[in-house]
Design a protein around this ligand. Sequence first.
Ligand code: SAH
Length: 370
Amino acid sequence: MNMKNKSKRAEGYEFVEDKQCERQLFESQKKFVLTGMNIRELESLIETLGEKKFRAKQVQQWIYKGVTEFSQMKNLPKTFLRKLESKSKISSCTIEAVRTSKNDGTKKFLIKLQDDNYIESVFMKYRYGNTICISSQSGCRMGCRFCASTMSGLMRNLSYGEMLEQVLTVENYTGEKINHIVVMGMGEPFDNYQNLAKFIEIVNSKEGLNIGMRNITVSTCGIIPRILNFAEDFPQVNLAISLHATGQNERSAIMPVNDKYKIDELIAACKIYIKKTNRRITFEYALVKDQNDTKQSVENLKKMLKGILCHVNLIPLNYVGEIDMKGSTRKDAERICRELNDSGIKATVRRELGADISGACGQLKLAKKS
Ligand code: SAH
C-alpha cells in the first residue's frame, strides 16, 4: 500500500461525545423541530403554549406515522395545531436531489440540513424488503483514503431526529414502508454514539417505527470502546466492521483509525463482542486491485478470521476519483469469495446496487460540490 498518501486526519483525535448536539440545534433554530424532540421536550413545549401535556403523545404518534403537514394530525383541535405550528415545524431536512438507478430502482437522496450541510440516504429494494442506508454525520473525520465522505472532513454530528427524518422523508417520497435500516451512509456512527443510541431506541420502539433490532445494522471503521459498549447496549442489532486489510501497516495505510485502534486489538474486541452477544459479525472488505486481493492477502484473511463467527462481505472498491486505487474485477471478487467459502469462512460478493448513480458513500455530495 502507498504509505506516502496516508491521511493524517484521524490521528490524535479524541472521541468526545456530542451531548449538546440536539440542544444546540434547537437553540440555533427559530422553530422547534418536532421529529427531534423526545416526549418530555414535547410536553414542555406544549405546556408553554398553554395546552395540556397529554397532547404530546398524540403529536408524536403522527410524527412517527410520517405526516408532513400539521393539518394531517386529524384527531387534534385546529386551534391547538395553529399554536403548535407557530412555534414548531415537523421536519428540518429537505430533499435536494434524487437519483434513481435504471438497473435496479435504487434511489439515492441528497438531503439538505437546516444549516445547509448535506447528507445522503439510499433506498434499496431487496427480495426480503425495503432497506434504507442512512448517514450518521455530515462528513466524517475518520480519513479512510478510499471514501468520498471523509474528503472534506467532518461538518457535524447528526441529531437523532435528523437520522429519523431520513427514514420518514424517504418513506414519504417513495410511498414505501422501510423494513431494514443500515447505518452505513456518510459518517462514523460510533463517533456519534449517543445520537445513534437514541435513534435505535426510537426506531425499535412500538410507539416509534416498530422496526426490529435484528433489522438494523450499524457499520463501524473499528472504534473499539464503542464496539464493547454496543455489545452491552444493543446485543441484537447487527454489527458490521470495515476491515479492508489484514495487516497493521496495510490497514493503517488506508484507514488512519487503525493507528489508534490496532487491527489485532480490533479482532480481539470482535471476539469479545461475539462471546457477549452470540451474534455473527459482518466484516466488510473492499477489494483493491493488486493490493488487498492478492493470494497472500486472502491467505492472511483466512488465518485472521478462522474460527470467528462471521460473514465476509466482499465489495469491489467503488471508484471515487482522485485516488490511486482501483477496484478488483468482479471475477476476482467471486474467486476470492469461493476460496473463503471453501475454507469454511462464509462470504458473499455484495450486489452492486445503484452503481450507475454514484453508489459509494459520499459520492453524490462530492458531485454536488464540483
Ligand atoms: N464509517 C462507517 C460506515 C460508513 S461507510 C464504516 O467505516 O464502516 C460504509 C462502508 O462503505 C464501509 O465499509 C466503508 O469502508 C465502505 N466504503 C467507503 N468508500 C468505499 C468505496 N469507494 N468503495 C467501496 N466501499 C467503500
